[in-house]
Design a binder for this molecule. Structure first.
Ligand code: PXG
Length: 290
């Protein structure tokens, strides 16, 4: 059985999964998306992802031509059609077909695309040895311009940051706000652990409302580790006992060096590893079954 992609109510073969060159998703990055995972036939935090998708759409004034319930059904249908139990799911809503002008009123109907594929896991060494981050010159988008809380199809800000990290010989970039506060990485939120407490930047500074970030906060509360959403400069990061990233693809990745400063003892931290093992337990038991 070949793989199938869901486009506007139909499951089509991967080779035939095509959209118009006049779709404003392509022409202008006008649309929103989600990256979701399923683990052993359980879709992790699906309702949280659908809520975020609809919030992103509401902010960019894009009407999703389906209810959350219908989208959930379509996602399950796509996973089943692909025979995948462990998958990476990409849910995309584009503004739809318009003309060569910006005017979104020309786009009569948004398009819904659901791609389910095998998850490309990060190399094991990231988890065993930890990541080495570098701060990049490109600052995170201003909330007043393209709000980072909107998971839009325009990811150039993050791609530029990723490119700068790669050009400097690093795998991942630390992104700051225009004022120099710590925000997030190119596709992951950041946490530090210091003095018995976890700290992560608040949404209002301009970071994505990570679903994994939320799950880590939930786990920390169960483990009685206090968590604060806190404005931080790099000074706090450089002097943290532990640091880690959270994201759907990454889960929890330890950070052992930032801009040449060794974090803690330079090895993945104990609290970080504890959170990772609890997170992996959660993914095995929590989710929408299909
Ligand atoms: N910040 C940003 C900017 C993101 O794009 C996260 C944080 C983590 O959010 P979740 O909800 O996943 O915990 C993201 C999401 C990739 C990839 O290929 C990653 C994301 C989006 C698209 C692709 O690594 N990250």
């Amino acid at each position: 059985m070949g793989s199938k992609v869901y486009i506007d109510g139909k499951l089509v073969a991967r080779e035939d999964a095509k959209i118009s060159v006049f779709d404003h998703g392509l022409l202008y990055g006008d649309g929103v998306f989600e990256g979701i995972r399923s683990y052993g036939g359980l879709i992790f935090k699906l309702s949280e992802h659908l809520d975020r998708l609809f919030e992103s759409a509401q902010t960019i004034m894009l009407k999703v031509p389906m209810s959350k319930k219908e989208l959930e059904k379509a996602t399950v249908e796509t996973l089943k059609a692909n025979g995948l139990k462990d998958a990476y799911i990409r849910l995309i809503i584009t503004r739809g077909v318009g003309d060569l002008g910006l005017d979104p009123r020309k786009c009569k109907k948004a398009s819904i695309i659901i791609i389910a594929d095998k998850i490309a896991l990060y190399p094991k060494k990231f988890y065993e040895k930890g990541l080495d981050l570098i701060t990049v010159p490109t600052r995170r988008n201003l909330s007043e311009a393209i709000n980072p809380q909107v998971k839009s199809l325009n990811y150039l800000n993050n791609i530029m940051a990723k490119m700068e990290a790669i050009n400097s010989g690093y795998e991942e970039a630390l992104m700051l706000s225009s004022e120099g506060y710590v925000l997030e990485c190119t596709g992951d939120n950041i946490f530090i652990y210091t003095g018995g407490r976890l700290y992560t930047p608040p949404f209002c500074l301009g970071v994505l409302k990570g679903i994994t970030r939320g799950a880590v906060i939930e786990i920390s509360q169960k483990l009685k580790i206090p968590v604060s959403e806190h404005v931080m400069t790099r000074h706090e990061l450089y002097n943290a006992e532990e640091a880690f990233l959270t994201g759907t693809a990454a889960e929890i990745i330890p950070v052992v060096k930032i801009d040449g400063r060794v974090i803690g003892d330079g090895k993945p931290g104990k609290v970080t590893l504890k959170l990772l093992s609890q997170f992996r337990k959660l993914t095995k038991t929590d989710g929408v079954k299909y």
